[in-house]
Write a protein that binds this ligand. Structure first.
Ligand SMILES: [Zn+2]
Length: 67
């Protein structure tokens, strides 16, 4: 997965966390869904229902490049 820059990746994470419908950065599918639908506490992992790409937002946050 490639984001053009740090701001773009941060914007993507914020959208997920605020439950804004967010298209898949990999394939462009229109939304991502929770990886663990029944585990309400675990809403930090998301999955694209189309291409199957998993987004672990905590990991992504940890790996963000420095500004
Ligand atoms: Zn996808």
């Amino acid at each position: 997965m490639e984001f053009k820059n740090r701001d773009e990746e941060v914007a993507f994470l914020k959208k997920l966390w605020t439950k804004v419908p967010t298209p898949c950065p990999e394939c462009g599918f229109e939304y991502l869904e929770h990886l663990h639908k029944k585990a309400k506490k675990s809403d930090t992992e998301w999955k694209c229902p189309n291409c199957g790409k998993v987004f672990r937002t905590i990991n992504m946050l940890m790996e963000l490049p420095e500004e």
